[in-house]
Write a protein that binds this ligand. Structure first.
Ligand code: 8YV
Length: 316
């Protein structure tokens, strides 16, 4: 095996951290800004591979400080925190962990969908507070089966969500950059058209500059006061300020959110709203899926170090 210097950027699953330290002598980038600067000035040129996760990534400045970087191995399917344009320009390979998390992320979308319409989290709080005893029956919710659901981004995860919704007798439509050849769902020409024709909009598009703010005020207004939004993609795909404003003004019925613009910060205004379900970015967070992601991350690293190419290259 070629002697390659590996840099760990941000925390990783303990098994992955341990494995890259033991097998490749990986060194972790210090946390503080000053320590980082000092570290990179001295050691930056020695690293050929960075192992990171979607939460951290190798951004513009960090990539510049690693002049001999040849590969970014990303734990996670999303790699919007890595500067893929610079990577492409410099011939740096980027890998991610597609497919192994489709089911769990789709399950999370369905959990949010059911919760926000049927108000199960709110009802759980109602029981715990003793309101069932003191106030009587819980107010009626909204039916989840048979709804018109629009999926924004019919990629690997979007398709699995669609399949699950078929089981709820939902009428599925979608918008993606291009129509998907082998599906029978109705294709909407734009996010606004998709939102206008559905009861629930589920955001499953990849993050990054190409999709930033795709769900803006116009799309939210098209969804309307009886519409719901579910986001399991990236906070950046939704104009969060517009979303919060619409929820506060009653221009949207509710939202189920696993992702936010400034994670782990969640807009304060959302915390007191009972028509909003808030999750701490746990889409892929099961033992089984995280183990599969860890395995694929390490397999990509191994493959890069031994052959010079990765198994699952990210699309630039
Ligand atoms: C992970 C994710 O939580 O895969 C992704 O893109 O957002 C999640 O599966 C994340 O990548 C771990 O940092």
């Amino acid at each position: 095996m070629e002697n390659i210097a590996v840099l760990q950027v941000g925390p990783l699953m303990p098994t992955v951290q341990e494995s890259i330290r033991k097998d490749y002598g990986a060194v972790r980038l210090p946390d503080g800004a000053l320590e980082q600067e000092e570290f990179l000035r001295t050691h930056g040129p020695s690293f050929a591979v960075a192992v990171t996760s979607g939460r951290f990534g190798v951004g513009t400045e960090l990539m510049r400080a690693l002049p001999n970087l040849r590969a970014v191995i990303n734990f996670g399917v999303g790699y919007d925190t890595t500067d893929v344009a610079q990577a492409a320009g410099r011939g740096i390979t980027v890998s991610n962990t597609p497919d192994v998390l489709n089911e769990c992320v789709a399950d999370t979308a369905i959990a949010l969908y059911l919760d926000v319409l049927r108000k199960t989290s709110v009802a759980d709080r109602y029981v715990r507070r003793g309101d069932w005893l003191s106030k009587g029956n819980f107010p009626l919710a909204t039916k989840a089966s048979g709804k018109k659901v629009g999926i924004l981004g019919l990629g690997r995860i979007g398709r699995v969500i669609a399949r699950r919704l078929e089981g709820f007798d939902c009428d599925v439509s979608y918008h993606s950059r291009n129509p998907v050849a082998d599906v029978g769902y109705w294709y909407a020409a734009s996010p606004v058209e998709l939102a206008a024709g559905c009861d629930v909009l589920i955001v499953a598009a990849a993050g990054g500059p190409g999709s930033a703010g795709l769900v803006g005020a116009e799309v939210i207004n098209a969804l309307g006061p009886n519409g719901y939004l579910v986001n399991i993609a990236r906070g950046s795909v939704v104009d969060e300020e517009a979303l919060v404003a619409a929820l506060l003004a009653g221009r949207l019925a509710g939202a189920g959110l696993d992702v936010f613009v400034e994670e782990p910060k969640v807009p304060e205004d959302l915390l007191s709203l009972d028509n909003v379900v808030l999750l701490p970015h746990l889409g892929s967070g099961t033992h089984e899926t995280r183990a599969a992601m860890a395995e694929l991350t390490l397999a990509n690293l191994r493959s890069y170090v031994t052959t010079g190419s990765v198994l699952t290259a990210a699309q630039a």
